[in-house]
Design a protein around this ligand. Structure first.
Ligand SMILES: O=C(O)[C@@H](O)C(=O)COP(=O)(O)O
Ligand code: ZN
Length: 211
């Protein structure tokens, strides 16, 4: 896929996320790898519902931004994740309602914020480490994300009191992961107070999960 096609696809899927309430206002940011190195990134302060392919930020293969709109202030954490997870082709950061609500809870298990109760959480996400709270844009987010992601199969990370960061092979995969993960968080809140059947270790292992 050419970089132009990647940018068009990114704009289309970001608008789809926005139109269905996965992001609001200027919250969230998205990036994809370019064909010959470097990245296409949503500009800082932009609304995911109102992007245009010709007005995205571009980072060159040497890591330097090309002339144009300034990239997301979170590009440092996108970059840190790409560095330690070479298989990732796209990253989506959202403040989606249920995952952000989850991120605000006290006492979340640091190694995995959601105990698996559906197969698709295991198949798509694996597990979801929790990164402590830092102000948006803080360099510590990149540092802690890289440490949590290195050598891990986790496809998502919960930023405490902030939102979620989701990886994918490409933009379609990352958006699918984000949508299904938000649904899992929603189910968990809907089922609060009910007796949940959690998947057993054997059921998780059969799905290729575990960590
Ligand atoms: O929460 C924040 O402020 C950022 O993490 C964010 O979601 C939007 O920042 P920009 O991508 O710089 O607009
Ligand atoms: Zn954010």
């Amino acid at each position: 896929m050419t970089d132009e096609a990647r940018a068009e696809r990114m704009v289309l899927l970001c608008k789809s996320l926005f139109d269905r309430g996965y992001s609001v206002g200027g919250a969230g940011n998205v990036s994809v790898r370019r064909e010959a190195g470097g990245f296409i990134v949503t500009p800082t302060g932009s609304c995911l519902g109102r992007l245009s392919a010709g007005a995205l930020s571009v980072i060159g293969a040497d890591g330097a931004p090309l002339p144009g709109p300034k990239p997301s202030k979170e590009f440092a954490f996108h970059r840190a994740l790409y560095d330690v997870r070479p298989e990732a082709g796209a990253i989506v950061h959202l403040h989606s309602t249920y995952l952000t609500a989850l991120s605000c809870l006290e006492g979340l298990p640091r190694d995995n914020a959601i105990r698996p109760f559906t197969p698709y959480y295991v198949m798509r996400i694996g597990h979801m480490p929790v990164i402590p709270y830092y102000r948006p844009g803080a360099p510590e987010i990149a540092r802690d994300l890289a440490a949590a992601a290195q050598g891990s199969k986790a496809q998502a990370f919960l930023l405490a009191s902030h939102g979620v960061v989701v990886l994918g092979r490409d933009i379609d995969d990352a958006v699918n992961n984000a949508e299904e993960l938000e649904e899992t968080a929603k189910l968990q809140f809907l089922l609060r107070g009910e007796t949940l059947h959690y998947l057993t270790e054997a059921e998780i292992a059969e799905l290729g999960g575990g960590y």
